[in-house]
Design a protein around this ligand. Structure first.
Ligand code: GAR
Length: 215
């Protein structure tokens, strides 16, 4: 499966996907990395793995439609079959999302549908939840609302601050996203009634990692 990864920043999730895809048996190939911000740190990871990468700076376009037209042209030129958003911080229009329906996924740093949007770790701490985590989901027209493919949970400790919690969730993200990409590339995820159904089987088990309080 030919995959594009879209980033805005440091790209640690991109790096985990690149590492997974570097395994010869991995069923997906990352064929292009696109950043919407010049100098996004993640572009260096793409270079390290010799993956074609480019910046499509949203600020260089008159409006969202023009930016997304450039994005679509680049994705089509690379014959992309699946888009992985990895810390891509631009909201995509309904038209773009419809164009890629069922072929665009995102990673979000919370156990959706809790805490969509920004500042998820501070909000989780304020809410006093004892489990937090991350979700990989299909992108739909509503922000952080699409069908959930997989989730990983981590414990929340009494002395956590947002940074400590974010670091723990990020470790889980780095395991979850490659796992979900594998499921997608092996066609083990299908949409049914607005939900993502994951077929069991294979060596990896379901896309759920339980928290290990001893970790
Ligand atoms: C990750 O924590 C990702 O879940 C989050 O941004 C971070 C990007 O880090 N995404 C969102 O908040 C999307 N709404 P990275 O650039 O190191 O992968």
């Amino acid at each position: 499966m030919r995959v594009a990864v879209l980033i805005s920043g440091r790209g640690s999730n991109l790096r985990s996907l690149l590492e997974a895809a570097a395994e010869p048996a991995f069923p997906a190939e990352i064929v292009t990395v696109i950043a919407n911000r010049p100098g996004a740190g993640g572009l260096d990871h793409a270079a390290t793995f010799s993956v074609p990468h480019q910046t499509i700076d949203h600020k260089a376009y008159a409006d969202r439609a023009a930016f997304e037209a450039a994005l679509t042209a680049a994705l089509e030129a690379a014959a992309v079959e699946l888009i992985c958003l990895a810390g891509f911080m631009r909201v995509l229009s309904a038209g773009f999302v419809r164009r890629w329906q069922g072929r665009i996924v995102n990673i979000h740093p919370s156990l959706l549908p809790l805490f969509p949007g920004l500042d998820t770790h501070a909000r989780a701490l304020a809410a006093g939840v004892k489990l937090h985590g991350c979700s990989v989901h299909f992108v739909s027209e509503g922000v952080d609302e699409g069908a959930i493919i997989g989730q990983a949970a981590v414990p929340v400790f009494a002395d956590d601050d947002p940074d400590r919690l974010a670091a723990r969730v990020l470790q889980a993200e780095h395991r979850l996203y490659p796992h979900c990409l594998r499921l997608l590339a092996e066609s083990r995820v299908r949409l049914a009634g607005g939900r993502a159904v994951v077929e069991a089987g294979g060596a990896d088990g379901p896309a759920l990692f339980n928290p290990d309080p001893g970790a």
